[in-house]
Design a protein around this ligand. Sequence first.
Ligand code: ARG
Length: 291
Amino acid sequence: MPKTPTFLMTDDSHFEVSYKINPWMTPEEWRRDEVKNRAEARHAAASLAEALRQTGARVVHIDGAPGLPDMVFPANAAVVLDRRVMAARFRYPERQGEERHFLEAFARLKDEGAFDDVSQMPKDYWQEGAGDAIFDANRQFFWTGFGPRSSFEAADVLRDFFNVPVKPLELVSGRFYHLDTCFVPLSGGEVLYYPQAFSKASLSVIRDHVAADKRIEASDEDAARFAVNAVNIGRDIVMAEPTAHLADELRERGYSVVPLRLRPFIMSGGGAYCMTLRLDLKSASATNRGE
Ligand code: ARG
């Protein structure tokens, strides 16, 4: 029996855009319409949780913390696979305070039986969780992002810890600073990605591993809408509103697209995927061992 897909989300009460650590964030713009932005954020986060539940997934919520607005992006807090957790090391001081809160949450979940092991990335590296380490179930490896937020070497730590191969991809554009902003593998073996975000060498790595008919290139418009930052569960894709062109292409390939209005979170540089952290992913070898 397949297990129920389970996602961690953080309560959005403390979310705001109060500092700038990526080009999408403009605190002045946020403040200009703060009440409306807050109200919309509340609505958007609830609609995401509801959309996940509609696909049959379970959503586990944790509390945020005052002064740590980006805790609403738990994808950055850890890499999780086979009941093992490698907690993040954030690049910017603005987010480093989140580490303690997420470690506490992961320890609690371990006590409740969700995990066997909770570790943290060694201090010498930056690594921003599942935002920069995306498990590809068809290919049985992690695609990892490096450059803006995660160290190149962190990929080796993940490989050794989870005992699965890694394919590091270099991110070269400041606007697409986490791998999940410009890359998502889909259940049918396709990869939806935004080519301009990658170095030439990394584009070759993608093309070496993903056949031409499985590569879906996102337009500038879809990338800017954070549609690539999508959550794929079976044939469902929960995503910030894509263009009609991308929605049609995904539907033609047999996916059911669940579009959401996530505007306040996009003002922080995040979409559906980064607002969640998948907790129940299993590698094929763990599944074969009966774990
Ligand atoms: N404001 C957050 C940051 O810059 C947004 C994080 C979005 N997360 C993601 N995985 N793309 O860190």
